[in-house]
Design a protein around this ligand. Structure first.
Ligand code: FES
Length: 136
């Protein structure tokens, strides 16, 4: 039996994603994944969507206020899509939590910032358009 998929949000760092069913680009093409992968959310990685440690040099800061988990029972494969020049779209049965395992709630699907500019981290607030974020 496989583990429940999980996204762990690291303070001032990447998303640690484990036990995903699939990771896709914006066109639905599957990307190679391991049991656990680190996904960039600062926007500075040279290997997007994966983290390459650039958040340290970019002085990426994120302030998270853990909320009580109220995520409804989600069903289906746990899928993360890195939408072109935009956020991660997260679908299916996947737990979202911060480093201390506090749960966050999100609709299905929900959208996680990967440009580093959202004022509502970890969620996307559309700021990627304002800053001209690209996958390159
Ligand atoms: S991806 Fe950062 S605000 Fe949308």
């Amino acid at each position: 039996m496989s583990e429940k998929a999980k996204i762990e949000i690291m303070d001032d760092g990447p998303l640690i994603v484990s036990d995903l069913n699939s990771l896709e680009d914006g066109e639905g093409n599957g990307l190679a994944i391991k049991k656990k992968v680190a996904l960039c959310r600062c926007g500075a990685s040279g290997n997007k969507p994966f983290c390459d440690g650039s958040h340290k040099g970019a002085s990426f800061k994120s302030s998270l206020s853990p909320a009580e988990s109220s995520a409804p029972g989600k069903e289906g494969d746990a899928v993360v899509r890195s939408l072109g020049d935009g956020p991660y779209e997260v679908c299916g049965d996947i737990e979202l939590c911060v480093e201390d395992d506090s749960g966050l709630s999100g609709d299905d699907p929900y959208y996680l910032c990967r440009c580093g500019a959202s004022e509502n981290k970890p969620f996307c607030d559309g700021s990627h358009k304002r800053i001209g974020f690209t996958d390159k």
